[in-house]
Design a protein around this ligand. Structure first.
Ligand code: PLP
Length: 499
């Protein structure tokens, strides 16, 4: 049998050293083919593994593996005490095959909403480009008090109760909601009840909840031009009708809406530090906005994403603080102040919306990690937060000063920084002959991260420039990267426009 079997196996490919195949697969394939072609007939007894391995000059485990797969696929059966026998192939006992199937050429399509988000992917991908210099919107990451945070996290786990590990309310831990109320009272002159506070993972999360909460297809939404591109992506995904109003030196001018918008449902604004133009909305315009919202029965989302940076020296009362008619939803974030990977923010909502928000939130993200919430609340209560805040503001101011001085010295007026009120980013104006998207890509390829200004305008006229952060890296790195940027700029062709 052995010699005969050897011959059969050789004839069916064993020993051919077929490209890349392991020996046990070669053996398995040869036996399988021989069974299918009836060269090994029904009930044939195969040699024991040790014998076959000696005959073929292979290890016993090679034979064992091959037999195992053949058993699994029902080509052969192992009979205890008797050995391995070929099954009846004609009786279609064979259940499996290792055949690989061709990939389907068609897949089910994704939803229209997903397709709308997809259009923004290129812009969003910039957020994840590696490197810190000069990514806009980052605080000084190198001074985050890792030790204090770690100590509070350890405390949390030392004192944790089993009930802490269970499901929690989507609105957030009461301790953090109360800490935020105290913080806003002291630092933002905002009065609210802790039951109006909803804990979220950040401003973007809050915008996505509020969009779902308030917008039906066709609803009219007023946005600023330029504005936060992620907000546009959310409102567009909900099929709202958006009207983008211009910004002047006093911020959003709502009088324009009187002619352009019939029945507004929502106004999205960034009054402390208009994103990304950097204009601070005047008190007069805030009052006009409230009057308009009251008269038209609509809501305002006040995105106060970096008021700590833009409002410090010249605080103007928030629109939420001026509102007497529950027209304003206020959103704040710790992602800018501490670091974006903390994913923690909050919304202050008129009380009549709370139950609807809760219902919607419960059905999606459920709730933010109670561990992070509790540590944040302790961080605030122990005054670590206010101390860190002061350092963050001081270092950011120093780095901003250093950046602008070094930039002006290097570029000597060839490129100019536009005046902005504060915050964590600056805008560098580019000549009209240079496409800001292409130039930003070119810088990114060389390790410098910027965002193209034109991408934040939802309609013409679009401005051409680079949005740049200055705060996340130390001054020697700022100097080194600005020098590199200057070299890259001088080597760049004077006219580069997109097709
Ligand atoms: C206008 C605006 N709001 C909010 C945020 C912060 O978003 P998040 O809290 O989700 O990180 C940003 C970040 O770039 C922003 O530009």
């Amino acid at each position: 049998m052995s010699n005969k079997l050897n011959g059969i196996l050789m004839a069916h490919g064993f020993g051919s050293g077929q490209a890349g195949e392991s020996l046990y697969l070669e053996l398995y394939n040869a036996i399988k083919k021989a069974i299918i072609k009836k060269k090994l007939e029904y009930n044939t007894r195969l040699p024991p593994t040790r014998l076959l391995s000696q005959d073929l000059g292979v290890s016993r485990s090679t034979v064992v593996k091959a037999y195992d797969i053949l058993c699994l696929e029902n080509y052969i059966t192992s009979v205890q005490g008797s050995g391995y026998f070929v099954n009846d192939f004609q009786q279609k006992k064979i259940k499996y095959s290792l055949k690989t199937y061709d990939k389907p050429t068609e897949y089910p399509s994704v939803s229209e909403k997903a397709r709308r988000f997809r259009k923004h992917l290129n812009l969003m991908n910039r957020m994840h480009q590696p490197g810190l210099a000069f990514r806009p919107g980052l605080p000084p990451l190198d001074i985050f008090p890792v030790g204090q945070w770690q100590q509070l996290t350890n405390n949390y786990w030392k004192g944790v109760k089993y009930s802490d590990l269970s499901y929690k309310s989507s609105l957030g831990l009461d301790s953090l909601r109360k800490s935020i109320v105290n913080y806003l009272k002291i630092y933002r002159n905002i009065q609210c009840h802790y039951e109006q506070v909803v804990i979220v993972t950040g401003s973007l999360h809050s915008l996505s909840i509020l969009g779902e909460l308030l917008i039906d297809p066709g609803d009219e939404v007023i946005v600023e031009n330029p504005t936060y591109a992620n907000a546009i992506a959310i409102f567009r995904s909900l099929k709202s009708r958006m009207t983008a109003l211009e910004i002047d030196e006093q911020g959003l001018d709502i009088s324009d809406a009187r002619k352009k918008v019939k029945n507004p449902k929502l106004i999205y604004t960034t009054p402390s530090n208009q994103y990304p133009s950097g204009v601070q909305m005047s008190l007069q315009r805030r009052l006009e906005l409230l009057e308009y919202a009251n008269a038209r029965n609509c809501l305002i989302i006040e995105d106060d994403y970096d008021h700590e940076f833009s409002n410090w020296d010249n605080p103007i009362t928030s629109i939420f603080g001026l509102d007497k008619n529950e027209r304003v939803i206020y959103q704040g974030t710790f992602n800018k102040l501490l670091h974006p990977s903390i994913r923690l923010g909050y919304i202050i909502v008129p009380s009549y919306l709370i139950e609807d928000i809760k219902a919607l939130y419960e059905q999606s993200l459920r709730f933010v990690s109670p561990e992070v919430q509790k540590v944040m609340s302790d961080f605030i209560e122990r005054n670590y937060f206010s101390r860190h805040l002061r350092s963050v503001l001081q270092i950011s101011r120093e780095r901003r000063e250093f950046f602008t001085t070094a930039f002006d010295k290097l570029f000597g007026g060839v490129l100019k920084i536009l005046p902005v009120s504060g915050g964590l980013h600056l805008i560098v104006q580019l000549p009209e002959t240079i496409d800001d998207v292409l130039f930003s890509d070119y810088l990114a390829d060389n390790g410098i991260i910027t965002f193209p200004y034109s991408k934040y305008f939802s309609r013409e006229p679009k401005k051409n420039g680079l949005i740049m952060g200055f705060s996340s890296v130390s001054t020697p790195v700022i100097k080194q990267k600005l020098e590199l940027m200057y070299q890259l700029y001088t080597a760049y062709p004077a006219v580069v426009k997109a097709e």
